[in-house]
Design a binder for this molecule. Structure first.
Ligand code: NAD
Length: 481
């Protein structure tokens, strides 16, 4: 398979002939050769998006027509859901069931949800105190948006950005992660089929340099980025030239509190899934499990037994529960965290190695549980983004909020308890963008998503995404009497 760039309504190879490959993390087989955008392609895409922003075919398109386009994309995603899910599994590695229920459904739901907003992006009348003066507020598109996405949920995260950006009338250039570009290419094919005017939606595939060129470009008005906190910092600096608008969805190190009164079996099942969805390659994964010391042994034993019983395998195999990690490099990084955990004195209860036997040609890593973890250990502080569950004990519930907040991250948190006051007190005291009580960290198009501290700037989803993709204009009208 060969994939191309999509610029101004045309599919094209890179101007300088650049290419890269993407492979199946379950087998190492090359899946596709993709166009690697170069400087000329970046210029062409930005020009196309700038021109389309003012093209009456888009700029004056009635909101109801924009809504129909977004709805059509959702319909097309559903029509092609089997192919999309399989492609996501091949390129990213996630089990097919996850690709269906999280990635493809999440993508379609986002387009439907934001299709609904197109006709509801209202202004306001402001009660100014000048006499004989009307002041009203318009929400206008920010302009040309660069949308830069990571490799863990490529299709879904592309939709988190494309749907609200287009609903608000912006034009876009999307740059998927170089490890997993294929479902984004397919999604852009579906956008083309839906009938967006040329230049409204553009696609540049390639590596970090393509992202850098977009972020530094003076004719880009906004960057919406999902990825690591370190790249997020680079983006803030590189976008300073024209002070472009920036929203950032970055890393996490979500604490999960398992209170003394928690139903331990439910907490084990919930934390296992909350930590290991997509092999732990989830920004909101539960990765610091704080358990009441009186229940820590029971919890750790049950968690380890459940983790070691999970079936590793290729995402396309029907009985697979845990797929491969996205790349050999990433596996090496996860393994190095595991070694550091053991070196620093954590007790390795299960896992902690690359899978062998028939799975050795893919990037499979055994689900890993550590007991006896303390707050200062690297595995309790840094984002591992893999199938590693550190269990920490606590003695006094009063210490929990401070310990949960003792991190640079603030994306998500979880609380497992039957006691309402424990749940709501901690939910208020933990500094994170989303707190999940007795449930998994799954997003929904209607609920805000984003982080405190180094987990990001701004919010995606819900009406909050409209703030991220619109500028506010105040119009003053004086009545000349
Ligand atoms: P990454 O930061 O390495 O790369 C993300 C994207 O940025 C890729 O498309 C990459 O090509 C591009 N890029 C890299 N360097 C760049 C630069 N200097 N300028 C512009 N673009 C650049 O992240 P990743 O490894 O693909 O993804 C994993 C990270 O993403 C984790 O930290 C995870 O927590 C985070 N993440 C966050 C959320 C969220 O909603 N908060 C969701 C998913 C993933």
């Amino acid at each position: 398979m060969n994939t191309r760039l999509y610029i101004n309504g045309e599919w094209a190879t890179a101007a300088d002939g650049g290419e890269f490959t993407t492979s199946d993390p379950a087998t190492g087989t090359v899946l596709a050769t993709c166009a690697e955008a170069g400087p000329k392609d970046v210029e062409d895409a930005v020009d196309a998006a700038r021109t389309a922003l003012h093209d009456p075919a888009w700029a004056t398109m009635p909101p109801s027509a924009r809504a129909r386009l977004l709805w059509r994309v959702a319909d097309l995603i559903e029509e092609h859901k089997a192919d999309l899910a399989e492609l996501e599994t091949r390129d990213q590695g996630q089990p097919l069931g996850v690709a269906h229920s999280v990635s493809v459904n999440g993508a379609a739901e986002h387009f439907r949800y934001f299709a609904g907003w197109c006709t509801k992006i209202e202004g306001a009348v402001s009660p100014v105190s000048f006499p004989d003066t009307l002041h009203y507020v318009r929400r206008e598109p920010v302009g040309v948006c660069a949308l830069i996405t990571p490799w863990n949920f490529p299709l879904m995260i592309a939709s988190w950005k494309l749907a609200p950006a287009l609903a608000c009338g912006n034009t876009v250039i999307i740059k998927p992660a170089e490890q997993t570009p294929l479902t984004t290419v397919r999604l852009i094919e579906l956008c083309a089929e839906a009938g967006f005017p040329p230049g409204v939606v553009n696609l540049l595939t390639g590596g970090p340099d393509v992202g850098r060129a977009l972020v530094a470009h003076p004719d880009i008005d906004k960057v919406s980025f999902t990825g690591s906190s370190s790249v997020g910092r680079e983006i803030v600096q590189a976008s300073a030239g024209n002070l472009k608008r920036v929203t950032l969805e970055l890393g996490g190190k979500a604490p999960s509190v398992i209170a003394r009164d928690a139903d331990i079996d439910k907490a084990v099942a919930g934390n296992l899934q909350g930590a290991l969805l997509n092999s732990g390659q989830v920004c909101a994964a539960y990765t610091r499990l704080y358990v009441d010391r009186r229940r820590a042994d029971e919890f750790t034993e049950k968690l380890a037994a459940a983790a070691s019983g999970l079936r590793l395998g290729p995402g396309l195999a029907p009985d697979t529960q845990i797929g491969p990690l996205v790349s050999q490099d990433h596996l090496d990084q996860v393994d190095s965290y595991v070694r550091t955990g053991a070196d620093q004195g954590a007790e390795l209860v299960t896992g902690g190695q690359r899978a062998d036997g028939p799975l050795s040609s893919g990037n499979f890593y055994t689900p890993t549980v550590f007991g006896g973890v303390t707050d200062d250990m690297t595995i309790a502080r840094e984002e591992i983004f893999g199938p590693v569950l550190p269990v920490l004990a606590y003695d006094d519930p009063e210490e929990l909020a401070a310990r949960a907040n003792d991190t640079d991250f603030g994306l998500a948190a979880s609380i497992w308890t039957r006691d309402l006051s424990t749940a709501h007190r901690l939910a208020a005291d933990i500094r994170a963008g989303a707190v999940f009580i007795n449930m998994l960290p799954i997003p929904d198009a209607a609920a805000p998503w984003g982080g405190y501290k180094t987990s990001g700037w701004g919010r995606e989803m819900g009406p909050y995404a409209l703030d991220a993709y619109t500028e506010i204009k105040g119009v003053w009208v004086h009545f000349d009497t």
